[in-house]
Design a protein around this ligand. Structure first.
Ligand code: ZN
Length: 223
């Protein structure tokens, strides 16, 4: 099996551990997207595309992220420590969607991707550089609903934040943010204004999202 192409999307943020997204093509036939190049303690490594693990609310059967302290739909309180632990005692919150099943293949992908990343950082400095990774516009800002001015109650519902330590629940047409145990005080009620939104997850780049939510006009009207 050959890796026929690697496409890289550089993040260009020296403060982020996420260096780039990439896609790889095998045998000019099959593409896998959403691999990540991450700066680790021992150098850069490649993370396979993954999804957040979910489980169902025992009350309303809606799926919630395993770290959710409250059901995203009905608001019932959930056990925050319900995720399985790995051998090192860390909560298992994500599962790879595609991954190598032997170390040779893992090495091959890692080598090719990191080499392509190095080449990309060089070509990115040249005039006329065009990134060939297609992110399908996921990095764009969403347009606000035209009815935002008249009806801010419906339009200010924040999008789900990947990997964030807080979740949002929607109840009676209102949105509440709930922090997980690490970042909230026991005595505080489970809702805050959006202006208090903490910095988003360090690996996933949600900078633009949190900037939007941190704006003064966002969150006004949340009780
Ligand atoms: Zn529920």
């Amino acid at each position: 099996m050959d890796i026929s192409e690697v496409r890289i999307k550089l993040m260009n943020d020296p403060h982020e551990r996420l260096l780039a997204f990439c896609s790889i093509t095998f045998d000019v036939s099959f593409v896998i997207r959403d691999l990540k190049i991450i700066q680790g303690a021992k150098g850069a490594f490649v993370a396979m595309p993954s999804r957040k693990l979910m489980d169902r609310c025992p009350k309303c059967h809606t799926k919630n992220h395993l770290r959710a302290s409250f059901c995203n739909q009905c608001g019932v309180r959930l056990d925050e420590n319900r995720a399985d632990k790995d051998d090192a005692g860390r909560a298992r919150l994500y599962a790879d969607i595609a991954h190598p099943i032997n170390s040779e293949c893992r090495e091959l992908i890692q080598q090719e991707v990191l080499k392509a990343y190095q080449d990309e950082t060089i070509s990115a400095k040249q005039d006329g550089y065009i990134c060939r990774y297609d992110d399908f516009g996921e990095e764009d800002y969403a347009r606000l609903s035209p009815s935002y001015e008249e009806d801010s109650e419906e339009t200010k519902a924040p999008a789900e934040t990947a990997g964030s330590e807080s979740i949002h629940i929607r109840k009676n047409n209102q949105v509440f943010r709930i922090d997980s145990a690490e970042s909230s005080q026991e005595s505080s009620p489970p809702h805050h204004t959006a202006a208090e939104q903490p910095e988003s997850d360090k690996v996933s780049s949600n900078e633009s999202e949190s900037r939007l939510r941190g704006g003064d006009t966002f969150g006004s009207g949340i009780v």
